[in-house]
Design a protein around this ligand. Structure first.
Ligand code: SAM
Length: 231
């Protein structure tokens, strides 16, 4: 890719994502439970509630509890989503009581731009944590996004230094293949099988930023979107 050539949407991928969103919404309307991990201001959680999911069906968690206050300031919806639906926790803390209460009870986990703040070793623990938190049944879903690259591995990125679990300014970026391999290896080791969908959306080269050290500039970078469903 060259120039400001943002890729066109692939209509089949868009359709798959839209269908999955409706499936998730329906699960929650039917009594299912949803957890947004690393939710920050929880815009994804709110979209589901504004779309008709019962407020009691959604939970949001983040390492930093102050983000929930900012979320309420931004969306002004304390009267719609009770604050008890949000709790601060380290998702890898196996002793956290709020997370333990949800173990094996969730229908859907959402993790948008969360996994890349962890080292690849911790991402393996994350996959196991997610499998444990979801119900042990067919059809449960893990969905989200992660910083991606067609060349998977650790890359030095300016914003990596501010992350909590990355390695010395480097972030592990997934290609669709490496993401699928990670999920398959860990989930199969736990005796489970999943349909793993993952697509990369490359940023393209922004010519206006050509001379600036910008992590969006390299054409192998992008965002991986994933939808993983238990078989
Ligand atoms: C890049 S932000 C993404 C926020 C949000 N999902 C979004 O897409 O707007 C990553 C979030 O993960 C949270 N986070 C980092 N480490 C975490 C951990 N160990 N457990 C839970 N959340 C964590 C951060 O506090 C931050 O809010």
């Amino acid at each position: 890719m060259s120039g400001d050539d943002l890729p066109k949407d692939d209509s089949e991928v868009t359709r798959t994502i839209q269908t999955s969103y409706q499936t998730i919404l329906q699960k929650l309307k039917n009594g299912g439970k949803f957890l947004d991990v690393g939710c920050m201001f929880a815009q994804d959680t709110r979209k589901l509630v504004y779309g008709g999911a019962p407020p009691s069906s959604v939970y949001g968690t983040d390492l930093r509890g102050e983000y929930f206050t900012y979320g309420y300031k931004l969306f002004k919806d304390n009267h719609i989503i009770p604050p008890e639906q949000f709790f601060a926790a380290d998702i890898l803390d196996e002793n956290d009581l709020n997370l333990r209460k949800l173990e094996g009870k969730l229908d859907v986990i959402n993790a948008v731009h969360l996994m890349h703040v962890f080292s690849i070793e911790d991402q393996r623990k994350l996959v196991r944590r997610f499998v444990t938190l979801l119900k042990q049944e067919k059809g449960v879903i893990f969905a989200g996004r992660v910083t991606g690259s067609t060349q998977s591995g650790y890359h030095e990125l300016p914003n990596a230094k501010s992350t909590t679990k990355s390695r010395g300014g480097k972030i592990w970026e997934h290609s669709p293949e490496s993401f699928k391999e990670l999920w398959r290896e860990e989930s199969e080791a736990m005796g489970t099988k999943w349909d793993i969908k993952c697509w990369i959306w490359q940023f393209g080269v922004h010519t206006a930023q050509k001379d600036k050290p910008n992590w969006h500039r390299k054409d192998h970078h992008g965002i991986c979107t994933f939808i993983v469903t238990r078989l």
